[in-house]
Write a protein that binds this ligand. Sequence first.
Ligand code: DGI
Ligand code: FE
Ligand code: FE
Length: 403
Amino acid sequence: METKQQPKKIGIFGGTFNPPHIGHILSAEAAAKKLDVDLLLLIPTGLPPHKELPEQTPTAEDRLEMLRLATDGMKNTEILDWELKRAGKSYTIDTVHALQAEYPDGEFYLMMGTDMFQSLESWREYEALLSLVHLVVFNRGEKEETERNRAYAQKLKEQYGADIICMREKPTVISSTQLRAAVKEGTWHPFVSPAVYGYILRRQLYGIKRDLHRLSIEELRAVACSFLRAKRVPHVMGTERAAIALAERWGASKEDAQVAALLHDCTKRLTMEEQLKLCEKYDIVLDDLEQKALKLLHALTGAEVAREVCGVSDAVYSAIRWHTTGKADMSLLEKIIYMADFIEENRDFPGVEPLRKLAFEDLDRAMLLGFEMTIEEMNEMGNPIHFRTLEARDWLKGKRHEC
Ligand code: DGI
Ligand code: FE
Ligand code: FE
């Protein structure tokens, strides 16, 4: 049996991540790169030993989910939820002992900001801790702070033989208190990622009270990001742009096209089990093929989630509902979303260029070509074709014969 190679150099970055802050994550990422660590572990604190969590701190699950969204797609990075699960205060020494057991050959680089560093001698078993890890200290680059850190590092080195590396923090940093105020006022950009902000809105964290059925398009874009895997975000943003262009060309509502495009894949990341749970929740009855074909389900569940969470109109609901298989008698908005999904700028398949052109010359012919391409691809891969896809093709063929 092949054994997975154990990481040797391991970066550890803890914090309350309340909410996860782009500056901190970029700093940890830059340090991980500079130190050439094999693995970066992000460890959300359960109960910080030194301070109370501020009022309105989200639950452990919400902080964990925000951190997942903030770091989705980062290489060689993992989130450890040990401190969230452990009862009582989150002492770093306990975590490092547990890490030693998990990674017996590991060499640990514990990252922290100035404030934590300067309080180090109040930490539980700090001498033992200093003997077990290298410390990586981020400073914000102010002269006085840098000198203070340097002097303190020198003292810890002499007194305890500590190994301390000082690094410049990435410059976007504001305090967590300021950050929470900015989030509440809507001036979150660029301190938290759109996905994190969308999650905050969706879960109404930090005392935000917004009617999710009446969001601005910018807020809705953030909410859309919070539903997606990071790697799918460019596709959805591309679909929004294509949908706007098609709506303008063919005289559909630009706003409806945007909303439908932004939410069209909102349940795409879910597993079969999660999809089936949603089908049960929304009383969605599946046909034989849908019961086996995971890829077909996100259109059905996505429309429901978009309606429940964001209160989309029937027209938008229906455009999301039919974006994967299509159907006979599609509305203009349904066609636009189907086509935008097909031709958006990130799509790259043989024939995409002529199809892009055709979509702006003759939408029905482009739709017919799209369905024919899908059917051919499904046949080549040996996938069964959904009867709605066949109906859609036949409907468009019939329309052509009528003219
Ligand atoms: O969600 P996207 O990947 O952006 O695009 P989509 O919603 O059009 O989904 C495309 C996937 O759906 C693709 O992998 C093929 C699958 N699909 C589309 N039509 C059919 C189908 N699968 C089956 N089995 N039958 C269909 O008719
Ligand atoms: Fe889709
Ligand atoms: Fe899509």
